[in-house]
Design a protein around this ligand. Sequence first.
Ligand SMILES: Nc1nc2c(c(=O)[nH]1)N[C@H]1C(S)=C(S)[C@@H](COP(=O)(O)OP(=O)(O)OC[C@H]3O[C@@H](n4cnc5c(=O)[nH]c(N)nc54)[C@H](O)[C@@H]3O)O[C@H]1N2
Ligand SMILES: Nc1nc2c(c(=O)[nH]1)N[C@H]1C(S)=C(S)[C@@H](COP(=O)(O)OP(=O)(O)OC[C@H]3O[C@@H](n4cnc5c(=O)[nH]c(N)nc54)[C@H](O)[C@@H]3O)O[C@H]1N2
Ligand SMILES: [Mo]
Length: 706
Amino acid sequence: MIEERVVSTACVHDCGGKCLLRVHVRDGVITRITGDEGEEPQLRPCLKGRAYRQRIYHPDRLKYPQRRIGERGEGRFERISWDEALDTIAREMVRIKKTYGPEAILDGSGPANQSLLHGTSRSSLTRLLHMFGGCIGRTGRMSDAAAMAASQYTLGTIHTGSDPEDLTNSRLIILWAWNPAEAIHGTVTNWCLTRARENGASVISIDPRYSRTAATWADRWIPIYPGTDAAMMVAMAYVMIVEGLHDQAFLDRYTIGFEVFRSYVLGREDGVPKTPAWAEEITGVSRDTIAELACNYASTKPAALMAGWAMQRTAYGEQAFRASITLAAMTGNVGIPGGSAGGHYELDPCYPEPFGKLPVGPNPVGKAIPINKWADAILLGKAGGYPSDIKMCYITARNFLNQIPTVSKGIAALKKLEFIMVHEQFMTPTALYADILLPVTTFFEREDICVTPRYAIYMNRVIDPLYEGRSDLEILTDLARRLGIEGYNDKTDEEWLRSFVPASAIPDFEAFKANGIHHFRAERPRVAFEEQIRDPDRYPFPTPSGKIEIYSQQLADLNQPDQIPPIPKYIEPWEGRRDPLSGKFPLQLLTPHPRQFVHSSFTNVPWLQELERPQLWINPVDAEARGIRPGEGISVSNRRGALVVPALVTERIMPGVVSLDEGAWLNLDASGSDRGGSVNMLTRDEDTPLGDGATTHNCLVQVEKA
Ligand SMILES: Nc1nc2c(c(=O)[nH]1)N[C@H]1C(S)=C(S)[C@@H](COP(=O)(O)OP(=O)(O)OC[C@H]3O[C@@H](n4cnc5c(=O)[nH]c(N)nc54)[C@H](O)[C@@H]3O)O[C@H]1N2
Ligand SMILES: Nc1nc2c(c(=O)[nH]1)N[C@H]1C(S)=C(S)[C@@H](COP(=O)(O)OP(=O)(O)OC[C@H]3O[C@@H](n4cnc5c(=O)[nH]c(N)nc54)[C@H](O)[C@@H]3O)O[C@H]1N2
Ligand SMILES: [Mo]
């Protein structure tokens, strides 16, 4: 009888969680995947981790190197050898660098794998390109760039989050655009929300959709029009000010600029008092609800306003985040157990000590483009004000075309390039445009370490690489040799991993490897800014003034008050429901993160497909006005593109707003309309004013029977 081995590793896709997997292997083949059965809170995988077997052994896995023989995007490829593939890439890279300079090469590494050694964003590929003479880098992020900028200016750091266990100390939790039951935000967060409920916390969800998080934990759902959260927050501040509910002593001691904000809120600055009635018109939330929530938040302590990143993927997304921090300060909830500072909500990753990492070194080119603007940067180049004329894109772990707004521009950009390199596991919409396409391993087929602020997991290699697959690092090591780059990689994977651990708090590599996991335990949940509140003289906030900057002189100095005011304000967004464009395109489109997938990954896994297929959420009011029946194929369109998906007619979304998860793969029909449900057909590639963030949630569409 063949014995079953159980090998532990971690699921490290870009889903917001990092989960322990126990992989059962028989005769070199994975038979099933189970999860953490240890102490609570367990690092339990969701269905994606448990269904991974179908992803690894999927018949469509890329199996060997290929060269494109048809048109870009057409999907005709031929098998070639590794030697031929790597020789071609080296030849093209040298030619492009010689003809146009290294600034003609765009670093297209993406975040899809998040481990120490084989982690993909700004890692092995970036190292190679930097050593080759440089490349065009990227600024901004689609996830959270505006929240990071807002938190940095207001609190002096992006690490504004407490341990999720601290939620169990809260009496009131406001889930503001936060849906961790679906868009995972930490492996144990949902367990902590359940404990918080059991401890008697009351929970309120503010979201245009009745999310699964709201359905599971909330006492109350408050629907709000997308992109208008700052208006509701400012009106809550109004109520607190006129009712005298704000914590003036806290504001005096720990913040600067409240007076300027108060003057704006009361309408002394612009003649418009930011009353609940004013906000009702903008947000769709009734004035009574706004006033009631303001009183509730100001009088229930401790209270945690959990600001989700979705509301900063909007035209002026920074403002809701600056306002959330201001409300947290007005209610004295910063730096106390059970409270929350608002803001970006990321734990300090340097606790307890950093790990080593594959060094990428400096970029000799020293130029970058905003990631949301990658297509424009290629299409317009220097003549359009971008720093270089891009001729080649080297893509690893990123589904550029599908995942970044305005697919039509993306297609034109990919067609314009001279050379496109892709390392992938599947023939994604982006891979269809590759000139050379290389098969890459999954984390099951290589050795690694995954690190979070709370624990580290040793990721054992579970099975041998399938087919001709190699890791990104292995491929690039071979390429470096052909490019004559010395010292790119002189270590085995295990030697690298060993070299990463001594800088960390893990005492012994061998014991860590044997155990599979190391917890960085704290005696009690860590609370962000606890020291700053306890002893502000000794521990100032890391801002220029040492205080929470409700008014930011740095922002004032940028001198763009209409887009980046020095105090948090509601700024009327483009493509909101009051934009004149709404006459033609009356519905606001949301593009949430898919519960059953990680962006565009796992979308081809049959067990997960069974859960839910791409569908457009639409309220019965909007469906009936258009004669749309449940399940019927409907066309969703705007000036940027069109797609056809089935309708989910549901009261779980407010009238005026529709929603389609991001991630489904592009599948264009002959008329150029998408049949796959790839939502970036419709979204706009505009950046937020600070930090180059995405603005995907200001997107007007029309919906019709297909
Ligand atoms: N299962 C799964 N989990 C994931 C991911 C995944 O792909 N799959 N991706 C991970 C990554 S990389 C990221 S960056 C995070 C993203 O995490 P988030 O940005 O928090 O996730 P979203 O699903 O975009 O939005 C969360 C909720 O906000 C609501 N919402 C949208 N716009 C607005 C608005 O303007 N105002 C208000 N009040 N609510 C709004 C949505 O309806 C949704 O219910 O998720 C991570 N977790
Ligand atoms: N409209 C809209 N669009 C969005 C969002 C939104 O909210 N709305 N969210 C945005 C956000 S926050 C994010 S983070 C992005 C994510 O966008 P992406 O990072 O592009 O998406 P993923 O599907 O996570 O990963 C891309 C590919 O990486 C491959 N891959 C996985 N592991 C490896 C590896 O080790 N090596 C290599 N070479 N390839 C690997 C997978 O097969 C997958 O095809 O999407 C963004 N797009
Ligand atoms: Mo993200």
